[in-house]
Design a protein around this ligand. Structure first.
Ligand code: MRU
Length: 358
C-alpha cells in the first residue's frame, strides 16, 4: 500500500481471532472490557455456538471465524472418514451456515471454503487452512483500504457519530466504519467523535469505546437517543456505520438503531456513510425487505438490571434494521467510494472485486 496515507492505520492494536497450535481462538466479546479472555474451539459445532452466543460478532469477523470453523469441520470429517470426508463435511458446514441469519459474510465465506474444497485432491485440512488464512488476511487488507478510501470524504472539522462496533473486534482486523474514523482522525479531519452506546447489547459502550481508547482516538459515549441533539448542535459532520448485508439496490441491514440514525442525519444535514467490504454486498438480494432480520431473546433488554418486566409486558428484540438506500450518501468498500444509483455502483464494485481476485 503506497501513497500519502501509507502510515495511516499501519498498526492494529486489537485482534479478536487467531489460529494457534492447530486450533481456533476467539477473544470472548461477551466479557469485554472487564476481562480479556480467549476461548479455544476444537470443533465446527463449538464454533457455530460461539457465533450464535456472540463470543465473536460483527459481520466480517463472523465470516472469518466461520472459515476457520470450516477448517475444524474438515479435520473432523477427515478423521471420521478419510475417504468419504466430503459427505461428512456437508452437515457440519450447515451447522455453521445457520449460526446467525443476517450477516451475509457468513455464507460468503463458507461458499468460498466449499469452492476451494471441491477441487482439493490431497491434504484437505492444509488446503482449508490456507484458504481461511487468505480470507482473514484479505479482510484486513480490504478494511485498511476502506479506511483510506473513506477518510478523504470527511471534511475537515467534521463531527462523527457512529453506531455499534465496527472495529477490529468486528472484523478480521482494522474495522470498517472504524477504519474510516481512525484514518480520518489520524489525518486531522475530525473535530469530535460520538459513540452510540447501542442498546441492548452495548457494542458501542463496551467494545467501540474500548477499541478507540486502545487506538488513542478520543471519543465521547452517548445514549442512542442523544444522537439527534448532537447533530443539531454540531451542525456538520457524518454518521458512519458498518453493514451486515447490503442489498443490490443499496438498502443496508445493520445494527438496530442505524435506520433512526440515518433519518436523523438527513434531517440535520449530516452525511450518512456505510463502510463495508464487498463481501458484505449481496447482489442476490434485490432489496432490503428480503434480508432476514435476526430476533434475539427479549431477556437482552433487561439483562444486568435489578428489576424485571411486570406481568403483561412482553418484548420485541429485532437486532438489525434496514436503512433505505435513499438515506445513504455513500457506501465505501475496498474498491472505492460508491454513490447513488447504488444498483449500478455496487454492481461495478463487485465486478472489480471479482476481477482483482482472479
Ligand atoms: O449483532 P452484532 O454485534 O454482530 O452486530 C454487528 C453490527 O451490526 C455491525 O455494525 C456490522 O456487523 C458491521 S461490523 C464491521
Amino acid at each position: 500500500m503506497t501513497g500519502p496515507h501509507t502510515e495511516l492505520l499501519a498498526h492494529d492494536p486489537v485482534a479478536a481471532i487467531r489460529w494457534k497450535d492447530d486450533g481456533l481462538e476467539l477473544l470472548d466479546q461477551r466479557v469485554l472490557p472487564a476481562r480479556e479472555s480467549w476461548l479455544r474451539l476444537e470443533s465446527a459445532t463449538d464454533t457455530a455456538a460461539a457465533i450464535r452466543d456472540m463470543v465473536v460478532r460483527g459481520a466480517p469477523a463472523i465470516g472469518v471465524t466461520a472459515a476457520y470453523g470450516a477448517v475444524l469441520a474438515v479435520r473432523e470429517a477427515v478423521k471420521n472418514d478419510p475417504v468419504g470426508w466430503r459427505e461428512v463435511l456437508g452437515p457440519l458446514l450447515q451447522v455453521l451456515r445457520v449460526a446467525r441469519p443476517t450477516a451475509i459474510n457468513l455464507g460468503w465465506s463458507l461458499d468460498r471454503m466449499e469452492r476451494r474444497l471441491q477441487t482439493v485432491e490431497h491434504e484437505p485440512v492444509a488446503a482449508a487452512l490456507a484458504e481461511a488464512i487468505e480470507i482473514h488476511e484479505q479482510d484486513k487488507f480490504r478494511n485498511r483500504r476502506i479506511g483510506l478510501n473513506g477518510a478523504p470524504v470527511i471534511e475537515h472539522g467534521s463531527t462523527i457519530v457512529t453506531h455499534c462496533n465496527t472495529g477490529s473486534l468486528a472484523t478480521g482486523g482494522f474495522g470498517t466504519a472504524m477504519s474510516v474514523i481512525r484514518a480520518a482522525w489520524e489525518d486531522g479531519r475530525v473535530a469530535s467523535i460520538y459513540v452510540d452506546e447501542t442498546r441492548p447489547w452495548l457494542q458501542g459502550s463496551r467494545l467501540t469505546a474500548w477499541e478507540l481508547s486502545r487506538c488513542n482516538v478520543p471519543a465521547r459515549l452517548i445514549v442512542d437517543g442523544a444522537a439527534a441533539s448532537v447533530m443539531r448542535e454540531a451542525r456538520r459532520g457524518w454518521a458512519i456505520v458498518g453493514a451486515d448485508r447490503i442489498a443490490a439496490n443499496g438498502d443496508v441491514a445493520n445494527k438496530i438503531g442505524t435506520y433512526a440514525l440515518a433519518v436523523q442525519a438527513r434531517f440535520h444535514g449530516f452525511g450518512f456513510m456505510v463502510a463495508a467490504p464487498t463481501s458484505t454486498v449481496d447482489l442476490g438480494t434485490a432489496q432490503g425487505s428480503a434480508i432476514p432480520i435476526e430476533q434475539r431473546d427479549g431477556a437482552e433488554l433487561t439483562a444486568g438490571q435489578a428489576w424485571q418486566l411486570p406481568p403483561g409486558i412482553g418484548t420485541h428484540n429485532p437486532v438489525f434494521d434496514v436503512t433505505p438506500a435513499q438515506l445513504i450518501d455513500c457506501i465505501v468498500t475496498e474498491q472505492g467510494v460508491h454513490r447513488p444509483p447504488f444498483a449500478v455502483s455496487l454492481a461495478e464494485a463487485c465486478e472489480s472485486a471479482a476481477a482483482s481476485a482472479e
